[in-house]
Design a protein around this ligand. Sequence first.
Ligand code: TYD
Ligand code: MG
Length: 460
Amino acid sequence: MAKKGKTIFVCQECGYESPQWMGQCICGAWNSFVEEKIVPADTNPAARGGAFGDRPAAKPAHLKMVGTADYDRIDTGIGELNRVLGGGLVKGSLVLISGEPGIGKSTIIIQTAAGIAAEGRTVLYVSGEESEEQIKLRADRVCSSIPESLYVLSETNFENVEAACDNLKPNFLVIDSIQTLYSSQLDSAPGSVSQVRMCGNLLMKLAKTRDIPIFIVAHVTKSGDLAGPKTVEHLVDCVLNFTGERDQELRILRSYKNRFGTTSEIGAFRMEAEGLKEVRDISATFLERSEEMSEGSVTAAIYEGSRPVMFEIQALVSPANVGFARRTSVGIDNQRLSMILAVMEKIVGLQLINQDVYINVVGGLRPEGTGTDLAVALAVYSSYKRAVPKKRTLAVGEVGLTGDLRAVQNTDKIVKEAARLGYEQIIMPVRNAGKIGRQVDGCRIVGVKNIQEAFYAFTS
Ligand code: TYD
Ligand code: MG
């Protein structure tokens, strides 16, 4: 162990401690060292009873006897955010909200802060990024009215924030952003890994000991990582990620970790001139001119949390000019696409080897799971054969390596929603179709065993 009051370097992969920075660790990892300051025990929160305050001797409790009262939740005033959090903000919870700069984190946070303050709760918005005037300008733009109990503080020092909390005793605290916050206990600059980690720990202690829910904003890069915020993900209760294309107005809020709810719910918003507006009817949000049927376009559906979401998958197949054919996909995993194309070549006998294949999920959505396989295969088929279906068609199903179709979950709910949106037929695996029947609200259900049958059903 290194001595107190010194700076050491710790490998993020294996935890090895070194007195100096090394390019490669003894465990073989490259560039894995981060600087860490050894804090004297009397100022180190971890050494003072950790995040849960100073406790004398720890006494184990019978798990059976531990109270399981329902979490006390606060309504944030934003339905989509409540949903992603699992039904509202849990008291004393620490929530990390990450996203690229400019995506709208400060906007959703000021709207949340105003929503909570509107219920008469005291809210403290701490910003290290903007002045109080700038925050006011944004609040004027996005909040219908600014509640009395909403306070702002432009501050970057953690100890000052803590003192402000002692005076104000807020019911909700916002830190915008963790990269601008620093603790005087460390010499390193705000935003450094050791500062981010230290402030994360201190905020955790603040949340748990005073029962204040805290929202922490963290900037991440497009690839989704930045050494700092990743190091606090394990200690916060919820990690929310805010994504979207900056030139499009749709924003998706997704939770990657939630100690008080599921991680499968998504929240949808539109960034408008007066801030973020909730998108409640999400199922058709991603569909653009879906009434017109065109070559290479097939509607797919996935079930997100508790709602079906439909979106258009477009494919373009065109003869390759030189060398290897290209396989480019936006929104669909490239390896998954290669697999589907291989099945189409080998099992169905389509000559795709000398064809460039481009796939795009319209609307900037990145659907997860394998339920979109069939729609991708049909879109490629449609573009390659220049075939357009006669009916408005939706397709769901997972494609196996043998060309057979595997059942996907929640198809009954997808069918209901598709029928509501006016789809005339849905192609799906027989195993799903068997449970649903041949027709639902005027929408024909076509059950197919394998990918060949699906192609046949698509064009007939
Ligand atoms: P912001 O919340 O400041 O982003 P972040 O905190 O994630 O960096 O939002 C920045 C962008 O959002 C900015 O480019 C302008 C746009 N915007 C709107 O379109 N409408 C609005 O009402 C607001 C406040 C911002
Ligand atoms: Mg901001």
